[in-house]
Design a protein around this ligand. Structure first.
Ligand code: NG1
Ligand code: ZN
Length: 529
């Protein structure tokens, strides 16, 4: 390690005294002006991780749905997954080290993680459209270079595009080409192949209004448009040319407030959707003829995809194991519908994409979605190989056609991480193939009224949870109080957990009516203090 270079560059990226940050469920997030030293040091860490695993590592500068003034950074592991949990601690140590301790901390990480500093390092960089992102990504480069690493800066990309690039690079092109053109070509080809098999006619069905949260999704969707023929009618709103990122729009705004975004005029029964700021989340919605707003969240997206895949899996008759993975935030009626009506096994895991992804890997077909609209589908290598084989070798027409559809779904879905663009195309293809309107999709089940609140407490870490965050272990007595409150209402459920991305405690409640869900959430919030 070139100690002189490390000293010189870390002095250019000083750490504000007394600032401690943690690598949480979404990497580091904070006010942008507090992050320069963090991104520099994450450049160092990405180079170390790359040397440790002898593969290309990704680093994305984004704070997703947070306000424009915030920013964040997260690392992407070789197959496009989130950074391995064992390294999250190294990230936190490195970010919080005193300047004069940096070299020591790096040496410690090298010892603990068996990193050979003489090895090469390769890092892919991406960033969102925040005004602070460009400068922060330059600081990332400084960090990589201090450790002698190579880098490729993709500039403005969606978070899932960066995950895709990293995966392509490390699988020698098996997953696709590690370029934006490669991404657009792969997805558009699979999508066109799929809708070729649709018998649904009429242009009306294909219109879709997309709120891009004034973020990078708008740029990338516009780039992708020429890859589709004219009959794919997507209309982009909140493209970032007029308003601020995530301000009164985007998937998180729509989900949390359960109302339409600003900047998008919605006519009755029009199909609309919202991306978040870095385009890894999507929710759908529409307004009925009476003017009522209907949200179609991640749970209902998972349900639609599961219905479609289950039908195809039945046709190919391979006994593939399929399951849906949710978190405690999944609406109780979605879980009930999946288990009781669709008869698909459902698993509940802790909040955070890495937990969902990990669980979904246990199945041949693992569908995972957070209620907030982050999700994807994972296919096991064995299932994928078998499906591709059926496409070329199967004599039975129906079976072969089903396999063909599954193959195109495999290619259309970004299996590295939730991807708003890819999920949107998956959903549009399924609606077209099944001839479903947005209202019919929405009517699969009715969401139980629910309320999500956040409260600020002195130290949110005093709350410790178990059972996939559905029960509180500490502080003592809290769970008993929640149990007693839940008993007062019908069809009710409530839980509390410390947020991994904000300094707050989140409270979730569900009940038979909106009034009861609101009352229960409020009462639980009082019990938290
Ligand atoms: P926290 O802040 O830990 O609740 C939020 C979301 C997660 C996930 C992460 C990462 C909710 C209730 N929580 O986590 O689902 O998306 O952000 O962005 O939506
Ligand atoms: Zn996001």
């Amino acid at each position: 390690m070139d100690s002189e270079a490390l000293r010189k560059f870390s002095a250019l990226h000083p750490r504000p005294a007394g600032l401690t940050l943690h690598y949480g469920t979404a990497g580091f997030r904070s006010a942008a002006q507090q992050l320069d030293h963090v991104v520099f040091r994450m450049g160092l860490l990405a180079a170390l991780r790359s040397k440790a695993v002898t593969a290309t590592i990704g680093i994305m500068v984004t704070a997703s749905h947070n306000p424009e003034e915030d920013n964040g950074v997260k690392l992407v592991d070789p197959l496009g997954e989130m950074l391995h949990p064992s390294w999250e601690e190294y990230a936190t140590q490195l970010a919080n080290a005193e300047e004069q301790e940096l070299q020591k901390v790096i040496t410690e990480i090298c010892q603990k993680a068996a990193v050979n500093l003489h090895k090469d390092a390769s890092v892919f960089i991406g960033r969102d459209t925040r005004p602070s992102s460009k400068k922060l990504s330059q600081s990332v480069i400084d960090g990589i270079q201090v450790l002698g690493g190579q880098y490729h800066d993709y500039g403005l990309v969606t978070t899932p595009q960066l995950h895709y690039m990293v995966c392509c690079q490390n699988t020698q092109g098996q997953y696709g080409k590690a370029t934006l053109e490669g991404y657009y070509e792969k997805l558009s080809k699979a999508f066109m192949e799929l809708i070729k098999q649709s018998h649904c006619s009429g242009e009306f069905q294909r219109h879709l209004k997309i709120d891009c949260a004034n973020g990078v999704g708008a740029l990338k969707l516009s780039e992708m448009k020429p890859y589709f023929p004219q009959e794919v009618l997507i209309h982009i709103y909140n493209d970032g040319t007029k308003e601020k990122l995530n301000h009164l729009c985007g998937a998180d705004f729509v989900k949390v407030h359960q109302k339409p975004p600003g900047g998008l005029d919605m006519k009755p029964n029009e199909r609309c959707c919202s991306f978040d700021g870095d385009a890894d989340r999507i929710v759908y919605y529409y307004k009925d003829t009476a003017g009522h707003f209907h949200l179609i969240d991640g749970d209902k997206i998972a349900t639609l995809i599961s219905i479609f895949l289950k039908e195809l899996l039945a046709k190919v008759k391979q006994n593939f194991k399929m399951a849906v993975v949710q978190t405690a935030y999944a609406n109780g009626n979605s879980t009930r519908y999946l288990q009781e009506t669709l008869k698909v096994p459902v698993h509940c895991v802790k909040t955070g994409v890495k937990h969902l992804h990990h669980k979904a890997q246990e199945f041949d077909v693992g569908v995972y979605f957070e209620a907030n609209g982050h999700g994807t589908v994972l296919f096991s290598k064995a299932a994928e190989t078998k499906i591709r084989q059926l496409v070329t070798e199967e004599k039975d027409n129906e079976k072969r056609e089903a396999a063909k559809m599954l193959e195109n779904m495999i290619d259309l879905i970004n299996q590295t991480v939730g991807d708003a663009v890819s999920d949107m195309l998956v959903i549009e293809a399924i609606l077209a193939l099944k001839g479903l309107s947005v209202q019919q999709w929405d009517a699969l089940y009715t969401d139980l009224p629910n309320r999500l609140l956040k409260v600020q407490v002195a130290d949110r870490r005093v709350i410790d949870t178990t059972d996939a965050e559905r029960r509180a272990l500490t502080p003592p007595g809290l769970q008993e109080k929640i149990d007693a409150l839940v008993k007062k209402y019908k069809l009710s459920r409530a839980f509390v957990r410390p947020s991994g991305t904000e300094d707050v405690v989140r409270i979730y409640a569900e009940a038979d009516t909106q009034e009861n869900a609101d009352a229960l959430a409020h009462e639980v919030s009082l019990a938290v203090f």
